[in-house]
Design a protein around this ligand. Structure first.
Ligand code: GN1
Ligand code: MG
Length: 374
């Protein structure tokens, strides 16, 4: 896999002009910290006012069928917009695709790259960690509301853009294969890390059991509920818009709650590695859990509530395994800005998981308390 080069101003202008954006192109710059797609913020002059749009090039190494991704985004945003029109208190926005001038919702550049454009959501921003309990709670409520509103969407209408995305057994198999192959000559440095994972592959059995024997519901969920995938209103501090809809597909509530806990309950950044204290912060954990339950407790089955915390460990492990695999393969998947970053990302997940395991009893009691209090 190779990453596409940065776009020149001329290329970005051509992208802007390929979409039905009014006014005159001014400039565009790189946006965001996502690990997968390339995003740019473009400014246009519309009747003397600066207006902004977001262009994104879909990473085709990750999403081999970008048009399927676009069909999903269209389906999901249409569904959410219909819900919006039926009434909503407070500010709540749904990503708005801008049509391409040639028709449809995407544009193919001369190199074959597939682009889409969203209206930029103003007066809101993202956070890389939970930061403070109010932010963590706001993000959790937004993802909770998102999944609740998707409740009416038939899972059959959503395409699986990355098959077996959260299949831990598959991810572990890939990790061990990458270690055997040792393409980047890095396996000698991670023997103990591999042992750590090997001791936990049984986690996959528990999810199987929940699905097979305990009726864990399949729902259309977000599947990538990193705290930086939600926009927080600059003034009210409320979550106003859920971003990154490329992996919205069938899954379980455990995945969404789990990835939120992974990213919003630690004060350290995702790639802090060994240099920072990494642990579950109790205030942030309580805020995330209570915020998520506020929106989902009526929808959730007992089997989901009882296993939310399991979801947190599951997601921390599986994302960690993917970081470590990428490190062993020479970093082809997750965008890096420095050597060793994927190893640091893995080590951070490992330490967070150890913290979740250490406090399991207390955290589980807290989840159940908060759920029963609702
Ligand atoms: C990627 O695109 P972004 O940065 O929101 C990844 C997620 C990982 C996350 C780890 C399609 O999400 O699965 O959890 O990085 N998305 C894909 O930070 O692989
Ligand atoms: Mg993202």
């Amino acid at each position: 896999m190779s990453r596409k080069a940065e776009c020149s101003a001329d290329e970005l202008r051509a992208i802007g002009e390929a979409f039905e954006i009014p006014g005159e192109w001014r400039r565009a710059e790189r946006l965001g910290r996502g690990h997968i797609n390339d995003s740019y913020l473009a400014e246009f002059d519309v009747d003397g006012h600066v207006r902004r749009w977001v262009h994104q090039r879909i990473n085709e190494s990750v999403f081999p069928d970008p048009l399927a991704v676009m069909r999903n985004v269209e389906t999901v945003t249409r569904h959410l917009r219909e819900r919006l029109e039926s009434g909503s208190a407070g500010r709540w926005e749904v990503l708005t695709l801008v049509p391409a001038r040639a028709g449809g919702s995407w544009h193919r550049d001369p190199q074959g790259g597939v682009w889409r454009t969203y209206r930029h959501v103003e007066r809101a921003r993202t956070f890389e960690t939970g930061h403070q309990p109010e932010i963590a709670r706001a993000a959790a409520r937004a993802f909770g509301r998102f999944v609740r509103e998707l409740g009416g969407l038939d899972p059959g209408t959503v395409i699986e853009t990355i098959p077996r995305f959260h299949d831990l057994r598959l991810r572990c198999a890939r990790l061990f294969a990458a270690a055997d192959e040792d393409r980047a000559g890095r396996a000698h440095g991670v023997r103990r890390d591999l042992d750590f994972v090997r001791a936990r592959v049984g986690v996959a059995d528990r999810l199987d059991r929940l699905r097979r024997d305990e009726g864990l519901p399949v729902r259309v969920v977000h599947n990538d509920t990193k705290v930086n995938n939600v926009l927080i209103d600059d003034e009210t501090g409320e979550g106003v818009c859920v971003l990154d809809l490329d992996t919205v597909m069938p899954g379980t509530l455990l995945f969404d709650y789990g990835d939120l806990v992974r990213t919003a309950t630690s004060r350290a950044s995702e790639d802090a590695g060994d240099s920072a204290p990494v642990h579950v912060d109790l205030d942030l954990f309580e805020a995330v859990t209570d915020g998520y339950l506020e929106e989902t407790s009526r929808l959730a089955d007992p089997v989901e509530i009882e296993n939310l915390l399991f979801g947190a460990g599951y997601m921390t492990l599986i994302i960690g395994v993917r970081f470590l695999t990428d490190h062993l393969e020479g970093d082809p998947y997750f965008r890096t800005t420095r050597p060793g970053q994927n190893l640091d990302r893995w080590r951070t997940q490992r330490r967070l998981l150890e913290s979740l395991e250490r406090h399991e009893e207390d955290l589980q009691a807290l989840v159940l308390d908060l759920a029963h209090g609702r």
